[in-house]
Design a binder for this molecule. Structure first.
Ligand code: PLP
Length: 381
């Protein structure tokens, strides 16, 4: 229960599109940012599904996964470190995906964490973000639905954040942009809906939307992501990203381009079926976790992670005689004593939580949570 990888196969129509492109000889270099048809299909998806207006194929760069997209965006948007200059600041709501901070730091950014605990539903507020903004603020990273918290920012919550960004951009932080990682957009449930902050007035032309096919289409190994920001500035950002990618990897594998179009155009039904399955698993996990004393869990509403607070278990001793001092101790002892793998919260900037992935079969989830329950019930003072 540690991996963030859907256990479904890639939809057949996607595989077919790649195989037939390969057989058809689509094996040569392409434009670095991707072929025009694929970029147009992504632009059209962003406009019709996400309500991000004014995106054309020219605003889109196809990258080797959403991680690579974030990497490229950081290196293009953050000033490199220079002696005598304060670094650009990257506002990072935490708990957050493990890769944001190291990638932003590698690009010269100073990460400013904006923390959200269980008491506020694991979601940062617009007010917290407002208080963290300074003249050096360059990027605000948003990830909704969120890995690792499983929480989803509502349209109202994003609207309030958009207002804060818009206001700050006119006053204290004129260079501030939003980077919205929407890789889990299709996996929402329990009454939650996904909103793209790039569709909201005031920030549309300040938002670099990052997404990819890994999670929604069960395509983690294909390595497909993309970036897009509308407007004149969006074109400049796309050209910078394209230039950098041109010296890193050139285009991503050419014969997967038709597979991207097939996924976006033909596989909505399969995505919805997978999302419904994740919703059922989320319910199972939330119900089982609620029955375990000492774990405080905000029920997940998106992505495929639960993020229980294990604070009440720390300071206690396991059946095997291990004293749990940290969430890492908790995860390590659970692995040793029950053979259940989860990820400790420290990796996400949350030292009192652990992340449980339910991207695996319900029987495995039951077995894993049985082990977790035994483990917690066996703790003594
Ligand atoms: N963004 C988030 C929030 C993720 O959780 C992950 C993968 O776990 C990624 C991006 C990486 O996606 P990709 O496989 O497209 O690089």
């Amino acid at each position: 229960m540690s991996l963030g990888e859907p256990d479904f196969p890639t939809p057949a129509a996607v595989v077919e599109a790649a195989v037939s492109a390969l057989r058809g000889g689509m094996t040569k270099y392409l434009p670095t940012a991707g072929d025009p048809q694929t970029r147009a299909a992504i632009a059209s998806k962003l406009e019709t599904e996400n309500g991000i207006r004014g995106v054309t194929g020219d605003h889109v760069v196809v990258t080797a996964g959403a991680k690579h997209a974030f990497f490229l965006a950081c290196h293009c948007l953050l000033d490199p470190p220079r002696p005598g200059h304060e670094p650009d600041e990257v506002l990072l709501p935490t708990p957050a995906w493990v890769s944001y901070a190291p990638i932003a730091q590698l690009a010269g950014g100073r990460v400013v964490e904006v923390r959200a605990g269980t008491e506020q539903g694991l979601k940062v507020t617009a007010d917290q973000i407002r208080r963290a903004i300074t003249p050096r603020s360059r990027l605000l990273v948003l990830n909704s639905p969120c890995n690792p918290t499983g929480q989803v920012l509502s349209r109202e919550e994003l609207g309030a954040i958009a207002e804060v960004v818009n206001e700050a951009a006119k006053t204290v932080a004129p260079r501030l942009l939003v980077v919205a990682d929407e890789i889990y957009e299709k996996i929402v449930y329990a009454g939650a809906t996904h909103t793209s902050i790039g569709s909201l007035d005031g920030v549309a032309e300040r938002t670099v939307t990052i997404n990819g096919l890994s999670k929604a289409f069960a395509m983690t190994g294909w390595r497909i992501g993309y970036t897009a920001m509308p407007g004149e500035e969006g074109l400049r950002v796309a050209r910078a990203i394209e230039t950098l990618q041109g010296q890193m990897t050139s285009n991503i594998t050419s014969f997967v381009m038709p597979a991207i179009v097939a996924a976006l155009r033909l596989c909505g039904g399969e995505t919805r079926r997978m999302a419904a399955e994740f919703a059922a698993r989320a319910e199972l996990v939330a119900r089982r976790l609620a029955e375990i004393p000492s774990l405080a869990t905000v029920p997940p509403r998106g992505a495929f992670y639960a993020f229980p607070d294990v604070w009440a278990c720390l300071g206690r001793t396991t059946r095997g005689g291990r004293v749990l001092r940290t969430a890492s101790d908790f995860a390590a002892a659970l692995l040793e004593e029950e053979r259940v793998a989860i990820v400790p919260g420290e990796e996400f900037g949350a030292e009192r939580h652990v992340r449980i992935s339910f991207a695996c079969a319900p029987a495995e989830i039951e077995r894993g949570i049985d082990g977790l329950e035994r483990f917690v019930m066996g703790l003594r003072a």
